[in-house]
Write a protein that binds this ligand. Structure first.
Ligand code: ADP
Ligand code: MG
Ligand code: MG
Length: 869
């Protein structure tokens, strides 16, 4: 069996066997780029190393020896030579790049004798001893795990003694002295002399790389990222080239395009007279790559050509590591470069237009989740890095916000009137807080998870929100927040980063999102590719406009209850709920009717003939009741009731388990007049729009929380009767559709029957998950995170649909619904409608559309396109 491959034996497709770094070194060798020769010990050899109780078995040692001989031949140097020794780098590299693994050892092969030879052969004593001190330090650090600080302090001391600022200003004698001290440290820390035999050095280094595969950090990382099935790490052994030979040598990093904005121009940094990681380690401030053009025009040009070559070869932006030895360029690594969302779009679009990749490939190159970065404003990176972090919570809704903290919706509104920017801080929010949420810059809650009220509503509004920030103790009564290092009071300024969940003290500068022409292009390609439609959940004309700006193809869910919280309405609505007689209720409903009608008209005005699905009232009625004494007193007055009487009626609405209580269609069954009013508002608005604008609007009316077809038959008869009345009164009619949510497991199981009465289905996957698991959406955030920590769940079931269980309910309902009606239109309107992994699943089930909050629409669109490829 073969465990070692020469660089000229491999290729980029052999990542699993040679590791990412090894496969790409082989590929670069194959296409004749200047790569120092070397060989790779395979990931399988790492695997066997553990089977062999962590010894290098004879066969492997023989293979290493053979390849070493070949390397000596191709370089013309000898590994253990005392005159002009072959020096090596030993580099780890698994199939996936993986922090926590062993680092690189450079200049391996040097010892007390060969360092003298090297100094002579190169007539450069400084270089020889600089290489030796680096080798001792790296070997000690990565192979023997001697703390770096011992070596760093010696180096610092030497610089201080010589009165110089930079390593490169130390001369040969200084470095000789340092080497002596380094070896003393080594002896002290290990009880042994620094190994002098090159072959011993090499075997120790290889073993250390192998062993690092199973160090706890690496194991943890693999578990975290679900890549526990890999074989092991490869080890690359490569001839050294030297960037520390003087001012015509150096080392650097180059990106073939700008990773920040995607600009098609070489971008990077370099250092002269330096080696290895000096550039990234911040030993000295590196120079911009553009400066190399003046310093070494030839080398720069070579680098440009190599970069072009690599990019056309890999068909993606490359992140390249290079070293220059006495004016000669060498490439030491290449990989697909990390990039911002902005750069990702620019690069993908450009690469297609340059004819390098197909449209489909371009679409697959962009991570949908990453688009989040683009759609919301962000904090200026530098400013945020300098700000004080107060706490971390759940990154519930992305964006960046700064403002003064207030603890009630009223206080936020009052601040808004005065032109003060505010952050609403609460234990958790309720529907009552909506007006305050609208007028705040951002929302911070101490309790609640990713699907808590605050999180869902904030995402819907595209407003920044951090939820479940348990590190902060919110005291709404005293209007203070306690955090680890102190206390905040009303009016103090904080900043929220909803993309990371970080809470900062004070205001932080922001950068605005810009969606350029490339974004538009991307959206066009998405339309050409995807088969599933993407609608938005929107409750207001403003939300609808935002959704259209983000290329939504309709509205999949209007939550009509949100309309009742608007100013001037809540009082009528409360009177409607608390009415004891049908007449009283009718009177209050009559007050609400024109307002609802106007809401719908406005939304039709924005959406035109795009489909708009309106859900009838859903939440339990007590959610609309006032809680503050003052408000209760006012309401009692307007209703001419005593405080006691009113409190009595409010108490009657109380439910022990409201999520499983009197809500959804159950309200319509008890109070059909509410459903009738809503349907009348919808139809009158549509008819009016039709005659004003000659539009062909076909309202989609959606009944929530159905569990039995008979519920649907009942409510349908009621609302169709009302619709007929409207048609007769107005002397006009139009086409409409009455559909149902599938969100109670029983509805999914009996979907064939329900389909007989419904014109469409829309899955409320939040409730379906809640009822399928028996997890309360509002309370389960805390323990579900424990499930994730303990690997019981890989994903939160409210974030990504549970395909195995809840997914079966969806699949079954789709199948059964379509047995009854083969071309049945089926959508998704839960939070999962904006989650790429869930979208991929919905595509497989043949769902017609997903609907999500406006700010997730572009993400869902890209995910839908990718799912269709
Ligand atoms: P990492 O995975 O941390 O980037 P590398 O194996 O790429 O580690 O090594 C880090 C750096 O060490 C490289 O960027 C390069 O500057 C230097 N290096 C590695 N191998 C060689 C070599 N053969 N000759 C010169 N420098 C090398
Ligand atoms: Mg590297
Ligand atoms: Mg629901």
């Amino acid at each position: 069996e073969k465990y070692v491959y020469n660089f000229n034996e491999g290729k980029k497709e052999m990542k699993e066997l040679l590791g990412g770094k090894g496969a790409n070194l082989a590929e670069m060798t194959k296409i004749a780029l200047p790569v120092p020769s070397g060989f790779t010990l395979t990931t399988e050899s790492c695997n066997r190393f553990f089977v062999e109780d962590q010894v290098i078995w004879t066969g492997l040692e023989m293979e290493i020896n053979d390849h070493l001989k070949e390397l000596e031949q191709s370089t013309g140097k000898k590994f253990s030579d005392m005159e002009n020794p072959l020096l090596l780098s030993v580099r780890s590299g698994a199939a996936h790049s993986m922090p926590g693994m062993m680092d690189t050892v450079l200049n391996l092969g040097l010892n007390d004798h060969s360092v003298i030879g090297l100094a002579k052969a190169t007539s450069n004593e400084r270089f020889a001893y600089d290489s030796y001190r680096r080798f001792i330090q790296m070997f000690s650090d990565v192979v023997m795990e001697i703390p770096k600080i011992h070596f760093e302090s010696i180096l610092e001391e030497a610089k201080r003694k010589q009165g110089v600022a930079l390593d490169k200003e130390l001369d040969g004698n200084d470095l000789k002295e340092i080497v002596k001290k380094y070896k003393e440290v080594y002896l002290q820390e290990t009880g042994e002399d620094f190994p002098q035999e090159p072959m011993v050095q090499l075997i120790l280094a290889i073993k250390a790389v192998f062993a690092s595969w199973n160090n706890p950090r690496a194991v943890f990382y693999r578990e975290m990222h679900g890549i526990s099935k890999l074989n092991g790490t490869a080890v690359n052994v490569q001839a050294m080239v030297f960037g520390n030979k003087g001012e015509s040598s150096g080392t650097g990093v180059a990106f073939t395009r700008n990773p920040g904005n995607g600009e098609k121009k070489l971008f990077g940094e370099f250092l002269l007279n330096a080696q290895g990681e000096d550039v990234v380690a911040g030993v000295r401030t590196p120079n911009e790559l553009a400066e190399l053009k003046d310093l070494m025009p030839k080398v720069y040009q070579q680098l440009e050509i190599a970069a072009k070559n690599l990019e056309s070869h890999y068909k993606d932006m490359q992140d390249i590591e290079f070293t220059i030895e006495n004016g000669e360029l060498f490439l030491l690594q290449t990989r697909n470069g990390k990039r911002t969302a902005h750069a990702a779009i620019t690069i993908a679009v450009d690469l297609h237009e340059e004819g390098k990749i197909t449209k489909e490939e371009a679409l697959l190159r962009i991570d949908p989740q990453q688009l989040n970065q683009l759609l919301h404003p962000n904090f200026d990176e530098k400013a945020a890095a300098q700000a004080t972090v107060l706490a971390k919570g759940l990154a519930a809704s992305p964006g960046a916000a700064s403002g003064r903290i207030y603890f009630t919706a009223e206080a936020v509104e009052a601040a808004y009137e005065k032109g003060i920017k505010s952050i609403l801080v609460r234990q958790e929010t309720s529907p009552e807080d909506i007006s305050g949420m609208v007028k705040s810059e951002g929302i911070l809650t101490a309790r609640g998870g990713m699907t808590s009220h605050a999180a869902v509503v904030a995402r819907g509004m595209g407003k920044c929100c951090i939820a479940g920030c348990t590190e902060m103790k919110v005291n709404e009564e005293e209007k203070i927040v306690k955090y680890k290092g102190g206390v905040l009071s009303e009016g103090d300024v904080i900043s929220l980063d909803g993309t990371t969940g970080t809470v900062y003290l004070g205001e932080i500068e922001k950068s605005k999102p810009t969606l350029g022409g490339k974004f538009t292009k991307l959206m066009e390609w998405i339309d050409e590719t995807k088969t599933m439609a993407v609608r938005a959940n929107a409750d207001t004309p403003e939300d609808a406009k935002q959704a259209l700006e983000f290329y939504a193809e309709g509205i999949g869910l209007i939550r009509t209850e949100h309309m009742f919280f608007k100013e001037g309405r809540i009082s009528s609505f409360r009177r409607m709920i608390l009415a004891e007689t049908v007449e009283e209720r009718a009177k209050a409903l009559n007050e609400i009717l024109p307002m609802q009608k106007n809401d719908f008209y406005q939304i039709y005005e924005v959406m035109g003939e795009l489909p708009v699905t309106i859900r009838l009232l859903d939440p339990p009625l007590h959610e609309f009741m006032p809680v503050k004494e003052e408000e209760i007193r006012q309401l009692a007055e307007t209703m001419s009731l005593s405080l006691e009487e009113l409190n009595g009626r409010i108490n009657e609405l109380h439910e022990v388990n409201p999520m499983l209580g009197h809500r959804g269609v159950r309200l319509g069954i008890t109070y059909p007049e509410i459903s009738r009013m809503q349907v009348r508002a919808i139809m009158e608005a549509a008819l009016e729009h039709k005659s004003d604008k000659n539009s062909d609007i076909q309202p989609e009316i959606m009944i929530p929380l159905i569990s039995d077809v008979k519920e649907l038959s009942y409510i349908k008869a009621e609302i169709e009767d009302e619709i007929q009345k409207v048609f007769i009164e107005k002397g006009k009619s139009l086409a409409y559709h009455i559909g149902t949510m599938i969100e109670v497991p029983r509805a999914a199981l009996t979907a064939d029957k329900i389909a007989e009465e419904a014109d469409f289905f829309s899955f409320g996957t939040n409730d379906l998950t809640q009822m399928g698991f028996g997890f309360s959406r509002d309370d389960s955030g805390g323990f579900i995170s424990e499930y994730m920590n303990k690997n019981i769940f890989e994903n939160g079931p409210f974030d990504t649909i549970d395909q195995e269980g809840i997914g079966q309910l969806v699949e079954m309902a789709v199948e059964r619904g379509r047995i009854t009606k083969p071309n049945f239109k089926i959508g998704i309107c839960g939070e999962h409608g904006g989650d790429p992994a869930s979208i991929e699943f919905f595509q497989r089930l043949g769902i017609n559309y997903v609907s999500c909050s406006p700010f997730r629409v572009p993400i869902a669109r890209l995910a839908a396109a990718q799912a269709a490829i």
